[in-house]
Design a protein around this ligand. Structure first.
Ligand code: BDR
Ligand code: CA
Length: 309
């Protein structure tokens, strides 16, 4: 089984990403690290524990707390999208019985990457603070990570927080800059260009049926879908974070190009923008594989099939 660590700010779609990863049974999930983002670190951790209890794997997968704020900037929660609780009101009756493991996420990342040389894929679906802190503390880890998959950024389309910035990068652009320039052998950027096409519709929810998972997905995405409907006139919602997990499961779901991408950190209007050098005007070597196309149907089939299983 592929060894992975998920880094999350759970989050409606983070929760669905965790469910896809666990239910696929294709990963050896060494741990789930949490970080400030959509909700506070404490909420993100509690939500992650709740999701693992709902899945019945709370004893198998440790949850490790990480950074409670971005490296330089103040916090910027996303309650508009994910609700006050972060799960769109789902799992309110689940009281968490387990606790987070002792330790700090950046240290957990360092220890595991060094222990499993070249074997770990990091699936990052939150601001990149934990990984940036790990790289700062132990730059050596960069050579020992198999791959980093980042849900974040947008290179051709528009942003979802500001006109040009995607949330995960916008919240901690300095962390993203550190990660993007760290020199990872393989870094895949799963940005809004593709995640916006990974749309969960009401028909998909019907396909999940009246099962606990069907109920969960229906409840947690109801407001999220309403918000999308108000903007786009269609009842659907984007599965941003699950697509990053999908890419870890099946590479041919996306079409990528090797490109140089940097992050804007000093602009009043464009902070957090992922600037992609399509024509190599900066004469820099590519630092990542950028997802530009996605087989949405294949991904949604995989997502529904896995959650039904
Ligand atoms: C990303 O931001 C968060 O709100 C979601 O969980 C996802 O990781 C999408 O821009
Ligand atoms: Ca997220």
């Amino acid at each position: 089984k592929e060894k992975v660590i998920l880094d999350v700010d759970t989050g409606i779609d983070d929760a669905l990403g965790i469910m896809l990863a666990v239910k696929s049974k294709r990963f050896d999930i060494l741990g789930i690290t949490t970080v400030n983002g959509n909700v506070s670190l404490a909420k993100a951790t509690e939500n992650t524990l709740k999701v693992l209890e709902f899945l019945g794997v709370e004893k198998e997968i440790p949850v490790i707390r990480g950074a409670d704020r971005p490296v330089l900037r103040p916090t910027f929660f996303e309650h508009r999208v994910h609700g006050e609780d972060g799960l769109g009101g789902a799992l309110q009756d689940v009281s968490v019985k387990t606790q987070a493991a002792v330790g700090f996420a950046p240290d957990f990342l360092i220890e595991n990457v060094l222990r499993h040389d070249g074997e770990i894929t990091l699936i990052m679906t939150a601001p990149l603070t934990n990984l940036a802190l790990a790289v700062r503390k132990c730059p050596e880890i960069v050579r020992h990570v198999k791959e980093v998959i980042v849900m974040g950024g947008v290179v051709k389309d528009f942003g979802n927080v500001t006109p040009t910035a995607e949330y995960n990068i916008y919240v901690d652009p300095e962390a993203a800059k550190i990660v993007f320039h760290a020199g990872f052998q393989r870094l895949t950027l799963v940005g809004l260009d593709v995640t916006r096409k990974a749309l969960l519709t009401e028909e998909h929810i019907r396909q999940l049926g009246d099962t606990p998972f069907g109920q969960y997905v229906k409840t947690s995405t109801a407001d999220y879908m309403q918000r999308y409907f108000e903007r786009n006139g269609v009842r659907a919602c984007a599965l941003h974070d699950p697509l990053a997990v999908g890419v870890a499961l099946q590479k041919d779901l996306v079409g990528t190009r090797k490109l140089f991408v940097d992050v804007e950190t000093r602009s009043e209007l464009c902070d957090g923008q992922t600037v992609c050098d399509f024509q190599n005007r900066l004469s820099k070597a590519p630092n990542m594989d950028v997802c530009l196309e996605v087989d949405s149907k294949a991904f949604l089939d995989l997502f529904i099939r896995t959650l039904q299983s």
